[in-house]
Design a protein around this ligand. Sequence first.
Ligand code: AMP
Ligand code: GLY
Length: 424
Amino acid sequence: MNILILGAGGREHAFALKLSQSNQKPTLFMAPGNAGTAKIATNLPIDPVDFQAVKKEVLENGISMVIVGPEAPLVAGVHDYFLSDEDLKHIPVIGPKKDGAELEGSKEFSKKFMKKHGVPTAAYEAFTKETLAAGKTFLETLKPPFVLKADGLAGGKGVLILESLEEAKSELEDMLTNQKFGEASSKVVIEEYLDGIELSVFVLTDGKSYKVLPSAKDYKRIGEGDKGLNTGGMGAISPVPFADEAFLAKVEERVVKPTIDGLQKDGIDYRGFIFIGLMNIDGNPFVIEYNVRMGDPETEVVIPRIQSDLLELFQGVATQTLHEKSFELTDQTATTVMVVAGGYPEAYEKGKIIKGLESVEGTTVFHAGTTISGENIVTNGGRVMAFTSLGDTMEEALQKSYNNLQKVCFEEMNFRTDIGFDLK
Ligand code: AMP
Ligand code: GLY
């Protein structure tokens, strides 16, 4: 069976590695992949949002399943493209169609969905350029801090949390009238601030039944102690110690079930992952956001904890038989530490030679921004590699990740030394 994975990050490397361990021994293709995936798959140098190029490769390589890693191809309608094409429509795509992808593609859509289906979330209102004055008046009714969110996809940068009312008003104006985040901020959601501890829960669904995957916590800031600029994620831990059984039962009852039921009621045939960003407030879950894909680096700790065959689970999603599939998890803790390029998340250089990878033992290195250049593996992005380890305790897993990470180097390599600091 030939499988194509769209994407190039650590998330996609983690999918590929897990699929390569399937009893069905699939042949894997990546678009575009990285130096890590090149070892277990054929990398195809195409852009996953170039659907015609995807189609050509799918037909040429006899692909019989497509797994979509990032949100961009989903929001752009890759799944719909397959269904509307005579040559492609029989090939299952793991990832929602455009209607389901709106849960991530539009903050207002996702807030309306949550409100309609009784999923706990922060109170909100949405505003456009035309209703700017009403937006400012709405801000006056809220207590600080003020949360402003660009409605559309803004590469993880579209959320502002502001202490002063004046600043909130002027940022709102900047977003709406000056398109601070481009087209994405032509509509802005203003919402109540939720004060709690953040974590994520992941769900795989065939549109009827679902499996709740392990919870995870990621570390988004570049600096130690969660300081400094936001990044795509500098590390992750799974499971999340404060997400105990009682809390996770509430997540399933109050969030997962109404979400899956709501999709069905709204006629959205959703086949893929749902990433639920949550705030735990005094033991009660509130949804901050939905993403229509797995997280990165969360995937690098969630997937290694799944003991069942991931390909079987994907086949269950494709044929709506997910409820029949076995789903086992390890109790061990998984940790990942992301190694990034100097300067990231601001300007950074690429092409630095990575040395020492052959000495890594007992830790899996998931590649992200890497590529092959002649004899060498070189850096090719801001987030370069994720060092994932399993252990009986979080401390043991982190120790392994950090020990192995010291064996690897490239010029101006950077990482956080305190992943998990708040959970110890
Ligand atoms: P989002 O893109 O919606 O996940 O927001 C980015 C980050 O902003 C989240 O991961 C939270 O840390 C924070 N955030 C978003 N919405 C809220 C809220 N209503 N209250 C507090 N923090 C929030
Ligand atoms: N690590 C956060 C994300 O994937 O959106």
